[in-house]
Design a protein around this ligand. Structure first.
Ligand code: IMP
Ligand code: MG
Length: 173
């Protein structure tokens, strides 16, 4: 696609997701719930779930939907909860999964929501981490790839709702 430079190919992502799944299966208790953040994490959650099965784990899958970007490349800073998790998560160990941690506002907001709902233990997993962009401190337990201050699309992530279907992660030039 024009104006996109491939940062991580489909094969590189698949290999990294398998390794992450091994680490997660080894660290978390057997009965954990994976909570994905929509929409960006949808592809990552689907691949990670199946990699977790190969790694011997059988998580339940839930989603929360947050919104902050609208159609812009820069976060508006205001995070909203559009779709919530079911109340049965109280007392459960949770793996919160997002595509990208940028300023950290979304993941911090989601983590606070989950803690308010009385989950027992929380781990955070992000496919991509942009530490240079951080405005809110968050401890990420499992990171796929650390990247610089670039805007990326593909593998679930978008620019103005485009490119989510790409099998690779590309940097917008
Ligand atoms: P944060 O709240 O600033 O950390 O933003 C995190 C959310 O913004 C992620 O869940 C992504 O969906 C989205 N996001 C951050 N950086 C990018 C990017 O480079 N491309 C596409 N979406 C991004
Ligand atoms: Mg997102």
């Amino acid at each position: 696609m024009d104006g996109l430079r491939v940062l991580f190919s489909a094969a590189e992502i698949a290999a990294r997701v398998d390794t992450l799944a091994g680490e997660i299966a080894h660290t978390l208790p057997a009965d954990f719930v994976m909570v994905g953040l929509l929409k960006g994490a949808w592809v990552f959650v689907a691949d990670l779930a199946r990699a977790l099965e190969r790694a011997g784990a059988g998580p339940e899958i839930e989603f929360m939907q947050l919104s902050s970007y609208g159609l812009a490349k820069e976060s508006s800073g205001a995070v909203q909860l559009l779709g919530d998790i079911p109340p049965e998560l109280a007392g459960r160990p949770v793996l919160l999964v997002d595509d990208i941690v940028d300023t950290g506002r979304s993941i911090a907001f989601a983590a606070a929501q989950l803690r308010q709902r009385g989950i027992s233990n929380l781990w955070i997993c992000a496919l991509l981490d942009k530490p240079q962009r951080r405005e809110v401190e968050v401890a990420i337990d499992f990171v796929g790839f650390t990247i610089g201050d670039v805007f990326v699309v593909g593998y679930g992530t978008d620019y103005a709702e485009k490119y989510r279907h790409l099998p690779y992660i590309g940097a917008v030039e």
